[in-house]
Design a protein around this ligand. Structure first.
Ligand SMILES: [Zn+2]
Length: 175
């Protein structure tokens, strides 16, 4: 490393001012790798994005102050108003179709309310066969649609093309 001392001092100043390695590299014309090793050598902690302001929802996730709590409840209230607006705007037949689907899921779920235990390999393979709907598979296995969807999320990704061979999963051999 043949960085001149005055350039090194400038880099150090910029790093301590909170600039990123990339920004410092650009400003000083020094390679980013040099900047980052200089940062390490100087013991300056890696760059972190600044904390969001108090009173924003992003901050509310980590903060319990009054401003953050107020921001969070404003957000929840706005979301609920939005949902109501959308529901009102929805045509009656779509609303009916959604309600019917909810009923179907509820019936299906209550029939399969008993816990069926861990998924066996054949069941997983069937769940990951996307030629069948989650409902069909739930009915065949006597499990709930929710359980089938959860299994799909847990054991595999939705394929982009068919036919699809489910990827082997560690738990396949367990039972
Ligand atoms: Zn706060």
């Amino acid at each position: 490393m043949t960085t001149r001392p005055e350039v090194r001092r400038e880099i150090e100043r910029l790093l301590r001012d909170g600039l990123t390695n990339r920004e410092v590299a650009k400003l000083t014309g020094v390679h980013p790798v040099t900047v980052s090793s200089l940062r390490r050598a100087l013991g300056i902690p890696p760059w972190r994005p600044p904390e969001p302001e108090h009173g924003t929802r992003q901050r509310a996730r980590r903060c319990d102050c009054e401003a953050c709590r107020a921001a969070q409840s404003r957000y929840v209230a706005e979301k609920s108003r939005e949902r109501k607006r959308k529901n009102k705007a929805m045509p009656a037949e779509r609303r009916a179709a959604l309600a019917e689907h909810r009923d179907l899921v509820r019936r299906e779920t209550s029939q399969a309310a008993t816990v069926r235990g861990p998924w066996r390999a054949e069941e997983i393979a069937l769940a990951l066969d996307y030629r069948h709907s989650a409902l069909e598979i739930a009915q065949r296995l006597g499990r709930s649609i929710t359980a089938v969807n959860a299994a799909r999320a847990r054991y595999g990704k939705r394929p982009t093309t068919l036919p699809y061979r489910p990827k082997r999963h560690k738990e396949d051999g367990d039972q």
